[in-house]
Design a protein around this ligand. Structure first.
Ligand SMILES: N[C@@H](CCC[C@H](N)C(=O)O)C(=O)O
Length: 270
């Protein structure tokens, strides 16, 4: 097994990207392969894996998987990385469109390593409701920006226990069976938020979440906390920008190639 891949990072959210237009991954048992290759320290390590495939309608289509092998309908940072991968490999021009389970994503390659994507229209918005978490009453909001998100404002964002509360809300009966991603935020500038996200399918805090940053921005704008464009400081310290324009949502930020390689069989033999 020699599989060429790109390792990319979208503001700290990292992905393995494989060109599967020739179908080379079709005989592989992905539910075993993905958790193995996404495991940190013993293999490549990543928050998710993306297969780039042919589309009859637009530039390409993708299959997106979380690091545990679960399928997600959409990923904001992954979509920026996939768009840059497609551009670098001649699959698409600077402006492109691709198919996801959530719908068609439009992307534009900007200056430097930057990529801007237009996400699908948000739905299932619910602002400020009470959630009982093990006897503690929390005020939360929720919205689907391609995947489901809960958004919670907190005072001490740096020291907040994202894994404990994130996991509690992610598995709360109210959000089952799909579960949810969970974002915690604090205003840190005029139109700037610090956002930390517990991600479904990674089952941990990730260093950035694109759809989560958009979900948080929508909630914070609705609550009058900030105005668009909203700057997001992610857990990695790298920035994302969210534009909310006439009901449409856009996410911009860097999408860098960390390295390219060929996956060796030994990467899975542990
Ligand atoms: N990191 C992503 C979201 C990936 C999917 C998510 N973990 C889920 O299962 O809903 C992003 O940047 O949006």
């Amino acid at each position: 097994m020699n599989i060429p891949f790109y390792k990319m990072t979208g503001s700290g959210n990292d992905f393995i990207i494989i060109d599967n237009r020739d179908g080379k991954m079709n005989d592989i048992n992905l539910s075993e392969f993905i958790p193995k290759v996404c495991a940190r320290c013993v293999s490549v390590g990543a928050d998710g894996l993306i297969l780039i495939e042919n589309s009859d309608n637009v530039d390409f289509k993708w299959q997106f998987f979380n690091s545990d092998g679960s399928v997600a309908e959409m990923c904001g940072n992954g979509s920026r990385c996939a768009a840059r991968f497609a551009y670098l490999n001649g699959i698409a021009g600077k402006k492109m469109a691709f198919e996801t389970i959530a719908g068609i994503i439009e992307a534009e390659i900007m200056d430097g390593f930057n990529v801007k994507v237009q996400l699908t229209d948000p739905f299932d918005e619910k602002i400020d409701y009470k959630l009982n978490l093990n006897g503690e009453e929390l005020t939360v909001s929720s919205i689907n920006t391609g995947v489901p998100h809960v958004v919670v404002e907190v005072d001490d964002i740096e020291n907040f226990d994202v894994v404990k509360y994130g996991r509690g809300i992610r598995f709360h009966e109210f959000y089952q069976p799909a579960g949810t991603n969970v974002n915690f935020f604090k205003k840190i500038g005029e139109n700037k938020l610090k956002v930390r996200t517990y991600e479904r399918g990674v089952e941990n805090e990730t260093m950035a979440c694109g759809t989560g940053s958009v979900a948080t921005s929508i909630v914070a704008v609705k609550k009058g906390i900030v105005k668009s464009p909203v700057e997001i400081e992610t857990s990695s310290g790298l920035l994302l920008k969210v534009y909310l324009e006439n009901g449409k949502v856009y996410l911009e930020g860097e999408a860098r190639v960390v390295y390219t390689g060929v996956l060796n069989r030994e990467a899975l033999e542990y």
